[in-house]
Design a protein around this ligand. Structure first.
Ligand SMILES: Nc1ncnc2c1ncn2[C@@H]1O[C@H](COP(=O)(O)OP(=O)(O)OP(=O)(O)O)[C@@H](O)[C@H]1O
Ligand SMILES: [Mg+2]
Length: 229
């Protein structure tokens, strides 16, 4: 589904991603682990076309997208749930959801699946985004990404700042989305969360990939050590 080869990313003159090779096979949940500041979010932003990436290749379903603008990548089927969620606080839940439709020029309607997954959002449609709890905002951010009907979903630290019971719910939702046929890439620092849901993992350090493998074969202690401060 997603093949990244020899990717470099820069902020100004500073090189942040050095030579990243990472694949997400169709139907899998792949996780990118790493400490604070190693370049995980920069990687997802690179996939979305939000960062300068002068070298490398990003293929989505076999098609090169590295020179495409962000909206074209979203339209090609990449859904992105950013770190911190980026919910618009002063507009309603419904309006936040409708923003997801803009990917397809505002055409279509909010899929009913969204309300089946997150019944709480249906009850809160007229509430302001900023009045939702952290967990509810995370649900809204996932729902907004689904509204655009993507094929590949990318989550940036979906458990950050969220209470444990809601983290479990988010894990269940991600597994459900896999069953529904979505391909999923998750950036995380919380190892326990991904052990239950991911198929394959990569570990990033200082802008390079330093370990990778199937989660079922993972040496938990070694990986925990690589991602701890
Ligand atoms: N807009 C920016 N301009 C310049 N440097 C940036 C910018 N955003 C991030 N950086 C730097 O790039 C590096 C990688 O940051 P990034 O946000 O990708 O890390 P991360 O792995 O997502 O960290 P965290 O776990 O804290 O979210 C850091 O050194 C950071 O200071
Ligand atoms: Mg980050």
């Amino acid at each position: 589904m997603l093949e990244v080869k020899n990717l470099q990313a820069f902020y100004g003159e500073s090189i942040i991603l050095k030579n990243i090779n990472l694949d997400v096979q169709e139907g899998r949940i792949v996780c990118l682990l790493g400490r604070n500041g190693v370049g995980k979010s920069t990687f997802l932003k690179s996939i979305m076309g939000l960062v300068n990436t002068p070298c490398g290749s990003i293929r989505l379903q076999g098609r090169e997208i590295i020179d495409q603008p962000t909206y074209a990548r979203a339209r090609a089927g990449i859904g992105y749930v950013p770190q911190g969620r980026d919910i618009f606080p002063h507009i309603s839940v419904k309006e936040n959801l409708q923003l997801g439709l803009e990917v397809n020029n505002g055409k279509g309607s909010i899929p009913t699946e969204v309300y089946e997954l997150f019944p709480i959002l249906k009850e809160m449609l007229s509430r302001k985004g900023g009045n939702l709890s952290g967990g509810q905002q995370q649900q809204l951010a996932i729902a907004r990404a689904l509204t655009a009907r993507p094929k590949l979903l990318m989550f940036d630290e979906p458990t950050e700042g969220i209470q444990p019971s809601i983290i479990k719910d988010i894990g269940k939702v991600i597994l459900h989305l896999k069953k529904e046929g979505y391909t999923i890439l998750i950036v995380e620092q919380y190892l326990e969360f991904i052990l239950d849901i991911a198929d394959y993992y990569y570990v990033m350090d200082k802008g390079t990939i330093v370990a990778q493998g199937f989660v079922c074969d993972m040496d938990k202690e070694t990986i925990q050590h690589k991602i701890s401060i």
